[in-house]
Write a protein that binds this ligand. Structure first.
Ligand code: PLP
Length: 358
């Protein structure tokens, strides 16, 4: 099938086949990666290679630490304020969708978090102009969600935080295109969209931000503990990290993130053009300039046909096209691992469906 799920999501076939070939016996070790000690030389080589390949992919400067954690991006919503600020400190949140809103609500428990812009009244269909952002004068950081998975709104460029500390949730566009890591204090992402199975959370953090956690910070949320122990303070999600490593290898073999971005742009363009060219039969509510390359939400002019659309598509082996329960309609997630052929097939189906139902 072509799997358009938002996450966990489709992974590259060659990566899955490679994992399958090594499942019982990883490179002559006689063990599956699932059976290895996380402190043994075999797993150490896996996690170290995963980190160095990710560093190469994103060109991560040496002043940044890379952490492989657990708990999903959701755990980072709390870990970030707990590690960076004190209870009385002001911080700013730009809320361009549901995930940014969740991050803000969690941060409120641990500091004086303020929403300085929200797209909620416009149903999260745009990104604010950066000049118009009224940042709090003494905010310790500014948080954004680089790609809102549910609403399909993506930052194409990034605002500058007044004190230089921009924090980004990149869960759903991580490794989909090159990023200038030096513009950020922290980039974090759950792996289960572009780079692996659920269970791994990647945090890329400027090293000078580590070591200031609030006293109440649980040990599992303390970046210092994880950085000092190279993400091996406790048992990490070993198999998930291994899978991420295979994906990083694959992305490098494809020519790196410039090449990956080219492919992603081509796929997204094809799908958005189909929507734009449908005379209103299909509609994407998101402002054109900030439409996501990864998650494409769309509705039908006749909403009563939406269930039929999803059902017929599934019959044609295109699955998970139903929109998020909070917004309805449809959503096609077209992450790195979605082949062009999958999007071509979807577009052909959309045209055919329109011809039969318009
Ligand atoms: N942030 C974004 C942008 C997401 O898309 C998601 C999950 O879909 C999350 C955060 C939450 O991630 P997790 O389920 O890994 O906690």
């Amino acid at each position: 099938v072509f799997n358009f799920a938002a996450g966990p999501a489709t992974l590259p076939e060659n990566v899955l086949l490679k994992a399958q070939s090594e499942l019982y016996n990883w490179r002559g070790s006689g063990m599956s990666v699932m059976e290895m000690s996380h402190r043994g030389k075999e797993f150490l080589s896996i996690i170290q290679k995963a980190e160095s390949d990710l560093r190469a992919l994103l060109n991560i400067p040496s002043e940044y630490a890379v952490l492989f954690l657990q708990g999903g991006a959701t755990t980072q919503f709390a870990a970030i304020p707990l590690n960076l600020v004190k209870l009385e400190d002001p911080v700013d949140y730009v809320v361009t969708g549901s995930w940014g809103d969740k991050a803000f609500k969690e941060a409120q428990k641990y500091c004086k978090a303020k929403v300085i812009w929200s797209g909620k009244s416009e149903k999260y269909t745009r990104i604010p102009s950066f000049e118009g952002l009224e940042q709090s004068p003494d905010a310790k950081y500014m948080h954004i969600c680089a790609n809102e998975t549910i609403h399909g709104v993506e930052f194409k460029d990034y605002p500058t935080a007044k004190n230089g500390l921009l924090i980004a949730d990149m869960s759903s566009n991580f490794c989909s295109k090159p990023v200038d890591v030096s513009k950020f204090g922290i980039i974090y992402a759950g792996a289960q969209k572009n780079v692996g199975p659920s269970g791994v959370t990647i945090v890329i953090i400027r090293k000078d931000l580590i070591g200031n956690a609030q006293e109440i910070t649980p040990v599992m949320l303390d970046y210092k503990i994880h950085a000092e122990n190279n993400s091996l303070y406790n048992t990490p999600p070993c198999y998930g990290i291994y899978m991420c490593g295979l994906v990083f290898e694959d992305l490098l073999a494809q020519g790196g993130l410039e090449e990956v971005e080219k492919k992603n742009k081509k796929k997204a363009e094809l799908l958005y053009n189909a929507i734009n060219g449908s005379n209103g039969f299909y509609r994407c509510p998101v402002e054109k300039s900030v439409r996501s390359l990864m998650n494409v939400p769309f509705t039908l002019e006749k909403p009563e046909l939406e269930a039929e659309f999803v059902k017929e598509a599934a019959r044609e082996k295109m699955v998970q096209l139903k929109g998020h329960r909070s917004v309805g309609g449809m959503r096609a997630s077209i992450y790195n691992a979605m082949p062009l052929a999958g999007v071509e097939k979807l577009v052909a189906f959309m045209e055919d469906f329109q011809a039969r139902h318009a």
